[in-house]
Ligand binder design. Structure first.
Ligand SMILES: [Zn+2]
Length: 204
């Protein structure tokens, strides 16, 4: 994982951000202590969900959202075998998944903060990602599956309410690595006042 980039906001700065608006239904525009800060909502969500998944796996606290209606997922024989091999890891991350005969699995619970819509499609996407993710051997299974899960569980352009934006930033400030998403993209871009002054020719 990449370390904090020199241009990224610091953690106290995240807490102090004053939200000015949302750009293109995706980027939060905020004033920080040292200038303008843009936050990629999607990347921020991924980071929060990723750390939540791994926390569940590491603490083994079994935090889950029970589904009101369990969902059955029909898979190809290959995907059923793949999920069968990884079922324990999915369970550690907070998914209650069990074989349901043939190539069908039953999902009865998902991790906290995990979306419940289109679970079958989501699970399929996660399996596709796990199958295709390169460098598989170098990373623990839990991390690989969590990386795949948050990539597909978070959508790009949700329009958030003010309360949801505050919650997002508060959750982000609590993460261990708020500067990048689990796949290495930046969560925040910061443009310091001194850069703005330079760009506006105020330093001459
Ligand atoms: Zn990402």
């Amino acid at each position: 994982l990449a370390g904090p980039s020199p241009s990224a906001a610091t953690e106290p700065e995240i807490k102090a951000l004053r939200i000015l608006g949302v750009l293109g239904e995706l980027y939060l525009v905020a004033e920080g202590t040292s200038g303008l800060v843009l936050v990629d909502q999607h990347a921020a969500h991924e980071r929060i969900l990723f750390e939540q998944l791994l926390k569940t796996a590491q603490s083994g606290d079994g935090l889950q959202q029970q589904l009101l209606l369990p969902v059955t997922v029909d898979l190809s024989p290959e995907d059923a075998a793949l999920l069968g091999r990884h079922v324990e890891h999915f369970q550690r991350l907070g998914f209650s998944v069990e074989p349901f005969g043939g190539n069908t699995f039953l999902v009865t619970a998902v991790p906290p903060q995990f979306p419940q819509e289109n679970l079958a499609g989501l699970l399929q996407d996660i399996l596709d990602e796990v199958r295709q993710s390169p460098g598989a051997v170098s990373r623990p299974e839990d991390v690989r599956i969590a990386q795949a899960a948050c990539k597909h569980a978070v959508r790009g352009s949700d329009s958030l309410t003010d309360a949801e934006i505050r919650q997002l930033l508060s959750d982000l400030a609590k993460t261990e690595m708020p500067y990048t998403c689990p796949h290495g993209r930046p969560v925040m871009i910061s443009i310091p006042f001194r850069e703005l002054e330079k760009r506006f020719g105020r330093d001459r």
